[in-house]
Design a protein around this ligand. Structure first.
Ligand SMILES: [Zn+2]
Ligand SMILES: [Zn+2]
Length: 324
C-alpha cells in the first residue's frame, strides 16, 4: 500500500505559504530601507541583497510546482510518482511505502501532467509564466546567476502567480487568511490588524508595481478613484496621515454605481450619490446620510443645516408668492 498520500489542499497550503514568505522577504526588507535612520539608495541596497531576491524566486518556483501538484492531485496523486509501476507495493500482502519515499516526476513532466489534468481553463500566459520562473530559478540554483532582479519584478511575479492559478482577488484573500490566523496577531482587534498588517501591504504592493499592474489582480477596477470605507476609516484621524486608507471603489462602474467595495476589508456598502455639504469637498459618495467617503468627515449636522436653510428659502418663497 502507498500510505501518506497528499491531498490537493496540502499542496495548495504549501503554495500559499511559499508565496507569503516570498512576499514578506521583500516587503520586510523594503520596510527596513524606508525606516532606516539614514536615507538609503534603494537600488544600491537591493543590488547588495540579490540573495534575498534569489531566495524569493526559489520560493515562487516552489509555489508554482505546489499549485500544479494540487491540480494534478485532484485527479490522482499517483500521477506525481516517477518510476516503474510494477515496483509499487500494492499487491495483497505487500508492505507499505510512504508516498514521499517515491521519486516524484520532474519539473518538465509536471507541466505536461498539470495541463493534461487541468479542468479549469487558465489564461494562456500561465505557461509562459511557469517556464519563465522555472528558468530563472534554475539559473539561481544550478548556475551562477548574473540576473539583476528588482523588488518590483518579484512582487509582480508573486501576484501573477496567485492570479494565474486562483483568479482575481486570490492574493488578497490568501494574505488576509494567513494574517488573521497568525499567532503574532492574536489579541489584535480586527481594526488594528487591518491598519497595521493589511493596509501597509496593500499600499506597498500598489506603489511597488504601479496602479495598472495592481488592478489586474482585483475584481473591482482599482484604477478608478478610491474612497474611504465606512468600516475601515479609523477613529484616530492621526492615522490618516500615516497610512493610505482609501481602498474602496464604486461598482458597478459608471454614474449609477450604488455600492462601494473595500478591497482591504472586502465589505460592500450601499452609498447614496449626493453632494457633500462640507465646503471645499467635491465628494458625491455618502454613506447612510452620515459620512462623506471622499473627505472622511461626518456630515449629519451640515446636512441638517442645509435642509433647514432650504426649508426656510421655500417658506420665504411661498410667503412672497402669497403677498403678490
Ligand atoms: Zn473596508
Ligand atoms: Zn466630503
Amino acid at each position: 500500500m502507498i500510505t501518506n498520500q497528499p491531498t490537493p489542499r496540502d499542496y495548495k497550503s504549501l503554495a500559499d505559504s511559499c508565496l507569503t514568505q516570498a512576499f514578506d522577504i521583500i516587503f520586510e526588507t523594503d520596510k527596513i530601507i524606508d525606516n532606516h535612520q539614514k536615507k538609503l539608495d534603494e537600488e544600491i541596497v537591493w543590488e547588495y541583497l540579490q540573495d534575498k531576491l534569489n531566495a524569493s524566486v526559489v520560493l515562487i518556483h516552489q509555489a508554482i510546482e505546489a499549485n500544479m501538484k494540487s491540480v494534478v492531485c485532484s485527479t490522482s496523486p499517483y500521477l506525481l510518482i516517477e518510476g516503474k509501476k510494477n515496483e509499487w507495493p500494492v499487491l495483497p500482502n505487500q508492505g507499505n511505502k510512504r508516498f514521499d519515499e517515491f521519486f516524484s516526476i520532474s519539473s518538465e513532466s509536471l507541466v505536461y501532467v498539470f495541463f493534461a489534468t487541468a479542468r479549469d481553463s487558465y489564461d494562456d500566459k500561465i505557461a509562459d509564466h511557469i517556464e519563465y520562473i522555472r528558468k530563472l530559478r534554475n539559473q539561481i540554483v544550478h548556475g551562477i546567476s548574473r540576473n539583476r532582479l528588482t523588488a518590483r519584478d518579484l512582487i509582480s511575479y508573486i501576484l501573477d502567480t496567485y492570479t494565474f492559478f486562483d483568479g482575481l482577488d486570490a492574493w488578497w484573500d490568501s494574505l488576509r487568511n494567513y494574517y488573521f490566523e497568525h499567532p503574532f496577531n492574536a489579541g489584535m482587534d480586527q481594526g488594528e490588524l487591518e491598519t497595521v498588517v493589511f493596509i501597509e501591504r496593500l499600499t506597498y504592493a500598489w506603489k511597488k508595481i504601479g496602479k495598472s499592474s495592481f488592478s489586474k489582480h482585483f475584481s473591482v477596477n482599482t484604477k478608478e478613484r478610491s474612497y474611504f470605507c465606512p468600516y475601515c476609516l479609523p477613529e484616530d484621524k492621526a492615522l490618516l496621515k500615516k497610512y493610505d486608507y482609501k481602498w474602496a471603489f464604486l461598482f458597478p462602474e459608471g454614474k449609477n454605481a450604488s455600492l462601494i467595495r473595500c478591497i482591504n476589508c472586502t465589505n460592500d456598502n450601499q452609498v447614496s450619490r449626493v453632494s457633500c455639504p462640507i465646503e471645499g469637498c467635491a465628494g458625491t459618495v455618502i454613506w447612510e446620510d452620515y459620512l462623506c467617503l471622499t473627505c472622511g468627515r461626518e456630515i449629519r449636522d451640515e446636512l441638517r443645516k442645509k435642509k433647514e436653510a432650504i426649508t426656510k428659502i421655500i417658506a420665504s418663497l411661498s410667503v412672497s408668492a402669497n403677498t403678490h
